[in-house]
Design a protein around this ligand. Structure first.
Ligand code: FAE
Length: 532
């Protein structure tokens, strides 16, 4: 059966499950056993997990995917699945009483955040001592909330961060495959030059140009044809309707539109939502036994259960997978796990900043929530910054140009297990972010000087110009070739794998999901050939 036919079958199953309010989605019957056994379990449903589930299912391996968030497929009372950024409601955040948006203020006024009811919302901001980590919650993981920027890293930097991976094979086979599977597309250049949607990006490009910096178009998984039709008023607005970070109702090819329905459509993959994997252990015969907790959308625990499997794939993201492995090691369940577990964590050098534009330099009321252009200074060995030109989709003119700069530094943190709270703790000091700020500042000082502009000091809750107390791009903890072998097999145990952003040591130099997907494609191909 073709992949597109499988995807259609899977989409139908997802829609049927949503309509019935089911938390288990499958094209086969559900198991009623007390402690069900499945050949393979995949934890999570982000990029690594979804890729792995599809390939397992396609190879005929019965697979169970466990995702702690909900399936985002049912419209609320307002007829929409997701809320926008201007009026966020309970659907926006994972069990919070107030939203926690990255842009904390405008003119120091808390105009951005709203009180909400606690609910299994789509965006989580995980708090640690000196760093917060944004992640997506729900079927599709980060793909539900992210900006869709689909960037293949520069080959020389990829070789530097993952020297043991065959780059020739990655760039010939797995990066193109990931781009194709994810539905990556590019903005029409002629349209870009005259549209309203990217007026803000053209303005930033002109300002960068005056300082001698070049820009690069950034591919995206948002359907740019749909965006053009949004601007033409032909279809409901999403990227132009202030939708990003709390989900997109239209236009975006998130994983629940691509890999996941294709996986379910194989007939071998069952998806169980609102199910958090709490811990796992290994029995004498090698079987893994997972303890799971099922919640409802209001957070009530509906049951604790167990599921057993032979092959266990961790795709719960950098923090999620590392926490599960650390817990297993520190509680003695899997004592042979690597001593390097939790090491080489990094925020991908994320630094957010805003510039204050002259009154005549308006960014426009209409701003696509999906960025399409980046200031590209990656070739500079001293300040190798890639700064995506980000929207401020506030619906009002803010005279702010916003950027998420991805800088490259060697600063790394560590994820540890805190026995008292039975949870992961991120060891990262704010001062470790300074080299990244210095790089971003070197670039944007020149842009400000060339344009007679200055930084905005009103956007991050206090007076700072550079915000690096959060990251969108958590990476590392279970580094490839260290905690795992060169294909994601966890050292010390058989049939245990990591398949997500935790494999990458702290930095990709660009937005990471294409790299995570391509690596997952590469690793699962080898694992299927040799371990099944
Ligand atoms: P991830 O997508 O985080 O998926 C992990 C999944 O596992 C989640 O669905 C969790 O709910 C689930 N999970 C965790 N723990 C458990 C458990 N114990 N039991 C069951 N389920 C669990 O992992 N990247 C780009 O390349 N381009 C962008 O434009 C971009 N923009 C971003 C914007 C925002 C606001 C955010 C938050 C991220 C952005 N990213 C972007 C980062 C990107 O989404 C992220 O690197 C990937 O989603 C990470 O993929 P993983 O497979 O590692």
């Amino acid at each position: 059966m073709s992949l597109s036919r499988r995807r259609m079958l899977g989409l139908t199953a997802l829609q049927a499950a949503a309509a019935l309010g089911l938390t288990t989605v499958s094209t086969r019957g559900a198991s009623a056993a007390e402690r069900p056994y499945v050949p393979a379990v995949v934890i999570g449903s982000g990029y690594g997990a979804a890729t792995t589930a599809l390939r397992l299912g396609s190879a005929g391996v019965p697979t169970l995917m466990l995702e702690m968030g909900r399936l985002w497929d049912t419209a609320g009372a307002d007829g929409k699945i997701f809320p926008d950024m201007i009026q966020p409601d309970h659907r926006s955040m994972w069990f919070r009483t107030r939203t926690e948006a990255p842009l904390a203020s405008i003119l120091w006024l808390d105009l951005v955040n709203r009180d909400i009811k606690p609910y299994a919302g789509v965006l989580d901001r995980m708090h640690f001592d000196e760093m917060d980590v944004y992640v997506g919650r729900g079927v599709g993981g980060g793909s539900l909330v992210n900006g869709g920027m689909a960037v293949t890293p520069e080959r020389d930097y990829f070789e530097e961060i993952l020297p043991r991976v065959d780059a020739e094979q990655m760039y010939r086979r797995y990066f193109p495959l990931a781009n194709r599977m994810l539905g990556v597309n590019s903005v029409d250049r002629d349209w870009f030059e005259q549209c309203d949607s990217y007026g803000y990006a053209r303005l930033s490009r002109a300002h960068a140009d005056r300082a001698g910096f070049g820009t690069t178009f950034v591919p995206n998984v948002y359907d740019f044809d749909y965006l053009q039709r949004e601007e033409a008023g032909e279809v409901p607005k999403s990227a132009l309707g202030s939708e990003v970070i709390y989900g997109n109702n239209y236009g975006k090819r998130s994983l629940d539109k691509s890999y996941i329905p294709a996986a379910i459509g194989t007939g071998n993959v069952t998806l169980q939502t609102l199910t958090r994997v709490r811990s796992f252990r290994q029995e004498a015969d090698g079987t893994y036994v997972l303890t799971t907790e099922r919640i409802d959308e209001l957070g009530e625990v509906r049951g604790v259960g167990e599921v057993a499997c032979k092959h266990l794939f961790l795709g719960a993201g950098s923090l999620g997978s590392t926490e599960l492995l650390l817990r297993a090691r520190e509680t003695g369940a899997l004592p042979e796990l690597s001593g390097e577990l939790g090491e080489q964590w990094g925020p991908n050098g994320n630094v957010m900043l805003g510039r204050a534009n002259h009154p005549w330099d308006t960014t426009g009321l209409v701003q696509s929530g999906m960025p399409a252009l980046g200031i590209d200074n990656r070739a500079d060995p001293v300040n190798p910054v890639f700064a995506e030109i980000a929207p401020v989709p506030a619906g009002i003119e803010t005279w702010a140009s916003l950027y998420l700069a991805i800088t490259r530094t060697r600063e790394r943190g560590r994820i540890e297990y805190d026995a008292a709270t039975d949870s992961a703790r991120l060891r990262w000091q704010e001062s470790q972010g300074q080299p990244g700020i210095d790089q971003a500042k070197a670039v944007f000082d020149l842009i400000n000087r060339a344009n007679g502009t200055s930084y905005r000091h009103d956007l991050f809750g206090d007076t700072r110009a550079f915000e690096n107390r959060f990251t969108y791009h958590p990476l590392g903890g279970n580094v490839l070739g260290r905690v795992t072998d060169d294909f994601g097999r966890v050292r010390g145990y058989s049939n245990l794998y990591v398949t997500d952003g935790s494999l990458i040591p702290g930095s990709t130099g660009v937005n990471p999901f294409v790299t995570i997907t391509a690596l997952a494609e590469r690793n699962i191909e080898r694992v299927l050939a040799e371990d099944f």
